[in-house]
Design a protein. Structure first.
Length: 57
């Protein structure tokens, strides 16, 4: 793999991480506004968090 391809992979990974964090923020906001979705929201939030943390190891 050349340096340009490696740099693109890093940029793509950072974009995915930003999207996952944004999804987590939106999920928390929706749970605040509609408490009845908290169980589902927590499940989605936990899955998103696991994806983010598994990528950084």
């Amino acid at each position: 793999m050349d340096a340009a391809a490696a740099a693109q992979i890093v940029r793509d990974g950072e974009a995915v991480d930003r999207s996952c964090r944004a999804f987590g923020r939106r999920t928390v906001t929706q749970m605040k506004e509609a408490p009845h979705i908290i169980p589902i929201g927590l499940e989605y939030y936990q899955r998103t968090h696991r994806m983010i943390t598994s990528r950084s190891k």
